[in-house]
Design a protein around this ligand. Structure first.
Ligand code: GDP
Ligand code: CA
Length: 315
C-alpha cells in the first residue's frame, strides 16, 4: 500500500521510526517541512529533513532528538572564539551535511535531489522529499509587533509565550518539490505525523496547492495528536497554537485539522475528548501515543494504519 506521511522534525521522526517497523519502507514517501530552513555559518541547514534522516538511520542523538549521536562541536566552538554568535549549536558532522547541501545547491542541484543523496548516504531506504525547493522561511510574530525567523524564535529567543501569529506567506507562494504532488496523488493512505500543527504541518499544507491536493485525493487522511493531556511532549506547540487561537488540547488539534483529516489518534489521557472530536466529523481512536520506545511508536503506527483501513471500508 502506497503511503505518504507529512512530517516535521522530532515528533514526526519518532513516529516514522515506528512506522517503518510495520510497513514496507519502499511503500513510504515522507514529505518534510522546510519552513525552518535557514543559513547558519554560511551553510544551508534543513533541520527537519536532517532530523528525519538521522532518526531513520538510527544515528540521531537520542537525548536531544536532533543532531548526530556522539557529534563534536569543534567548529561552532572555534567560531565562538572568533566572535561569532553561536546560539544555533550545529555539530561538526551535522555541519558537513549542511555544507554538502550548500555545495550541491551551488552546483545547481535541487533540494529534492540533494536530500535523496543524503538519505542514501545514511542508508535510509524511505523516500524523503522536501515539501518545496523554494526558500520558505516561517516567521513568528509577537504581540510587541516584532517578528523572528522560526529558528530565531525557538533557539535564540527561547520560544517566548506572547505569540500573536505565524507568517507562512513564503510557503504559500512556493511550488511543491518535484515528486510531492505525484506522491499524494498515488497515495492510498496519508498520515499527518504527531508534529507541530502550526510550524511543521502548517507550512506543508500552506505550500501552493498542497491542502487541496491532500483533501481531494482518494486516500483517507489520518492524523496523530502531538498534544497529550493539554500539553506538547516537547517544544513550543502550546505557545504557537494559543498564538493562532487554537485550544491546546487533542480536541483543539482535531478542530484545527477539521476538513483535512478523516480520522485522528489521540492519547489515553485525552479519552474524555473523544466525543467532542467525533462531533467534528472525524473518526477517533484512543491509545498510548507517548512514544517512549520504538515498540510503542510501532504500535501507534499500526493503530493509525488500522484507523485508515476502517475509514476506507466505511466509505
Ligand atoms: P520539531 O520540528 O523538531 O519541533 O518536530 P515536530 O514538529 O515533528 O514535532 C514536535 C511535536 O512533536 C511537539 O508538538 C510534540 O508534542 C510532539 N511529540 C514529540 N514526541 C511525541 C510523542 O512521543 N507522542 C506524541 N503524540 N507527540 C510527540
Ligand atoms: Ca522543525
Amino acid at each position: 500500500m502506497r503511503l505518504v506521511a507529512l512530517a516535521g522534525g522530532v515528533g514526526a521522526a519518532r513516529f516514522l521510526r515506528g512506522l517503518v517497523r510495520v510497513v514496507d519502507p519502499a511503500d513510504l514517501t515522507v514529505i518534510v517541512n522546510t519552513g525552518d530552513d535557514r543559513e547558519f555559518y554560511g551553510v544551508h541547514v534543513s533541520p527537519d529533513l536532517d532530523i528525519v534522516i538521522y532518526t531513520l538511520a538510527g544515528r540521531v542523538d537520542p537525548e536531544k532528538g536532533y543532531g548526530l549521536e556522539g557529534d563534536q562541536f569543534s567548529v561552532v566552538d572555534a567560531l565562538a572564539d572568533l566572535g561569532h554568535e553561536t546560539w544555533f549549536r550545529l555539530g561538526d558532522r551535522d555541519l558537513a551535511t549542511a555544507l554538502h547541501r550548500s555545495l550541491r545547491l551551488r552546483e545547481g542541484a535541487g533540494l529534492a535531489e540533494i536530500t535523496d543523496e543524503i538519505r542514501c548516504a545514511y542508508g535510509v531506504d524511505v523516500c524523503i522529499l522536501p515539501m518545496t525547493e523554494d526558500p520558505v522561511p516561517t516567521f513568528v510574530e509577537l504581540s510587541d509587533g516584532s517578528r523572528a525567523h522560526f529558528e530565531e524564535y525557538l533557539a535564540r529567543d527561547g520560544a517566548p509565550d506572547d505569540v500573536s501569529g505565524v507568517d507562512l506567506a513564503a510557503a504559500a507562494a512556493a511550488q511543491p518539490a518535484p515528486g510531492v504532488l505525484e506522491a499524494i496523488d498515488a497515495a492510498e493512505l496519508i498520515l499527518v505525523c504527531p508534529s507541530n500543527p502550526v510550524v511543521s504541518i502548517g507550512p506543508i499544507l500552506a505550500t501552493a496547492g498542497m491542502r487541496s491536493a491532500v483533501i481531494e485525493c482518494q486516500a483517507p487522511v489520518i492524523g496523530i495528536s502531538p498534544i497529550i493531556g493539554g500539553a506538547p511532549v516537547k517544544g513550543p506547540a502550546d505557545r504557537l497554537l494559543r498564538g493562532i487561537g487554537v485550544e491546546v488540547s487533542a480536541r483543539g488539534v482535531a478542530g484545527h485539522y477539521k476538513g483535512l483529516l478523516d480520522g485522528i489518534v489521540i492519547d489515553d489521557r485525552d479519552a474524555a475528548q473523544r466525543a467532542d472530536v467525533e462531533a467534528l466529523g472525524m473518526a477517533c481512536v484512543v491509545t498510548e501515543t507517548l512514544m517512549r520506545t520504538p515498540e510503542i511508536a510501532a504500535s501507534l503506527a499500526q493503530t493509525s494504519l488500522d484507523l485508515g483501513a476502517m475509514v476506507r471500508s466505511s466509505r
